[in-house]
Design a protein around this ligand. Structure first.
Ligand code: S3P
Length: 172
């Protein structure tokens, strides 16, 4: 099924799924502006995500994330890379359902581990492997319910971008 190009395209998915890399490429291809939700939060808070978690806790980070997300309401021609936890908060779901055409980039747990390593910028990577796995499992159904599924396994960011563009038909 093809869709007309939506004014906002949001990319959701677990950490390391390639939302920012693909988002940048996609925005460039379709002439949209690229925005990274974590970067909006960081610039508003004047602190990196890691420090927001450390200083105020995850709940406050989630509040800022919701605020940043809805600050984009009404804006057009945007490709938005969202943080892996954004779709899990109930308040945010209406955004992904009504405000944007939402694409879920699915990455396997193994690939996620390989791509993210021990990246200090991502505070959740400090969780034990077992907890990360249950977070991953729990989020899968949320992502799948909110976004058009694109499997990323074995595909380059360029291939994934083409696949997304093909969803919108030949017009873009
Ligand atoms: C998070 C993912 C991160 C960032 C924060 C929390 C999560 O973004 O928003 O560290 O809950 O999965 P990326 O998905 O871009 O790594």
């Amino acid at each position: 099924m093809s869709h007309t190009l939506s004014p906002k395209i949001a990319l959701i998915g677990f950490m390391g799924s390639g939302k920012s890399t693909v988002g940048r490429l996609l925005a460039e291809r379709i002439g949209y502006r690229f925005l990274d939700l974590d970067e909006i939060i960081e610039s508003e808070a004047e602190k990196p995500v890691r420090e927001i978690f450390a200083a105020y806790g995850e709940e406050e980070f989630r509040r800022l994330e919701t605020e940043a997300l809805y600050s984009l309401t009404g804006r057009n021609k945007l490709v938005i890379a969202t943080g892996g936890g954004a779709p899990t908060r109930k308040e945010n779901r209406a955004f992904f359902q009504k405000e944007s055409f939402t694409i879920y980039l699915e990455v396997s747990f193994k690939e996620f581990l390989k791509r993210t390593g021990e990246d200090e910028a991502r505070p959740l990577l400090k969780l034990p492997r077992k907890e990360l796995w249950s977070l991953y499992e729990k989020r899968l159904s949320v992502y799948r319910a909110l976004g058009r599924l694109i499997k990323t396994c074995g595909k380059s960011p360029e291939n994934i971008t083409e696949e997304i563009i093909s969803l919108f038909g030949a017009g873009c």
